[in-house]
Design a protein around this ligand. Structure first.
Ligand code: PLP
Length: 395
């Protein structure tokens, strides 16, 4: 491990965290209701009451030694069976417990998968804009990130640029749909085309190229659009999931890795995932929430709240003159900065107590991310400030 790099990572806070801390300071100075903090992706809708009731019942009635004890390293069998059955019912797949590895949220799913699948000096393709931690995870696994930008206005994949980026060094491609920060959802057509290109690249370069699908926002899709299940399109795929967003449990650190059984080498891949989990200390995910999985597998938080927020924010800001990607999912609005420097735009927004994140850390310049996982009241109260900000640009 590179100790200097670790110190550097520990000392340097992300732009999102900086802004979040600034927001807390401002709230203490002028009152929370006067600061419009759109910086962070912390769910604003609680887990359903039924979830809390089941959790309380479990805590009061079940044996605490088994509830809080170690499970088997890849996860409790009942929990893995419940996940497999649910996915098979929803997507017509044929997964079993043996294809699933439970982890501490999507972040651990990604670090474990990358350590298992990417060799030293190999490349991982990312579609920009992307979740900033990807580059940290890839570098820690010994790999190198290669960025392919998505295209305005729908933020689907630019396939020409993807083909140019693929090489004999490509070990994996990460997709994240619904996307943080753009809110875009890849169409089935995009997934079909992506799979075809990756299959051709595997043949051309005579190697495996894994598709890692990071899906913490899978359930947060609006307007009845579906997002295809990637294992049905591309056999060398691995899915990383967590309940952080769909069930509003980011602090409980619970998620899973699914290895596609369509891959003829899936047992080897799964062994690599178990080995990487062991090497990184991600064995035996939080036990209490593993035991909750069979109880809550069909539940989500009330997603309609985010849809309402999306509609108010998108409609109001575009009416004021701003341009944005239409967010089909997740809870982020990706707004075009009305001046070339998104940092300067965010600084101007701060004058009106609007805390929004410049896109540079997401691998793309010229945009800002607005997290709308906030109370509807905050969005409504922030609109006059957005209006004043708009008037600085669109007179
Ligand atoms: N992937 C994406 C795209 C995210 O937005 C996040 C968190 O915001 C994560 C992964 C990490 O999720 P978790 O909190 O489940 O580790």
């Amino acid at each position: 491990m590179n100790t200097e790099r670790m110190k550097e990572l520990g000392k340097k806070r992300s732009v999102i965290r900086e802004l979040f801390e600034y927001g807390n300071k401002r709230k203490a100075e002028i009152g929370a209701e006067n600061v419009f903090d759109f910086s962070i992706g912390n769910p604003s809708v609680p887990a359903p009451a039924e979830f809390t009731e089941k959790l309380c019942r479990m805590l009061s009635e079940e044996n605490p030694l088994s509830l809080h004890g170690y499970t088997s390293a890849p996860g409790d069998l009942k929990a893995r069976n419940a996940i497999a059955t649910d996915l098979n019912e929803r997507f017509g797949t044929a997964f079993g417990a043996e294809h699933l590895y439970l982890t501490c949220g999507a972040a651990a799913s990604l670090t474990v998968s990358l350590s298992a699948l990417v060799g030293k000096g190999e490349e991982v393709i990312l579609f920009a804009p992307f979740f900033p931690e990807y580059t940290v995870f890839i570098e820690t696994a010994g790999g190198k990130a290669v960025t392919v930008p998505c295209e305005w206005p729908d933020f689907q994949i630019n396939f020409e640029k993807l083909e140019a980026a693929l090489s004999e060094k490509t070990a994996a491609v990460i997709i994240n749909s619904p996307n943080n920060p753009s809110g875009a959802v890849f169409s089935e057509e995009s997934i079909v085309k992506l799979s075809k290109i990756l299959r051709a690249a595997e043949e051309k370069f005579k190697r495996k190229i894994y598709l890692i699908s990071d899906e913490p926002y899978r359930e947060l899709i609006y307007d009845k659009k579906d997002y295809p299940f990637v294992t049905k399109y591309y056999k060398d795929s691995v899915v990383c999931y967590s309940w952080s967003k769909s069930l509003s449990l980011p602090g409980e650190r619970i998620g899973y890795i699914l290895v596609s059984p369509e891959n003829e080498d899936w047992r080897e891949v799964y062994a690599g995932i178990c080995g990487a989990g062991r090497a990184l200390g991600f064995v035996c995910a939080p036990s209490l929430f593993q035991h909750m999985i069979p109880e809550c597998i069909k539940m989500t938080s009330d997603i309609s709240v985010y849809k309402k927020n999306r509609d108010i924010l998108y409609d109001s800001l575009t009416e004021m003159g701003f341009e944005a990607v239409y967010p089909e999912g997740a809870f982020y609005l990706f707004l075009k900065s009305p001046e070339p420097d998104a940092n300067a735009f965010c600084e101007k927004a701060k004058k009106y107590e609007l805390l929004i994140v410049p896109s540079n850390d997401f691998g793309m310049t010229g945009f800002v991310r607005i997290s709308y996982c906030v109370l509807q009241k905050q969005i409504e109260r922030s609109l006059p400030s957005f209006k004043k900000l708009a008037e600085e640009y669109f007179k």
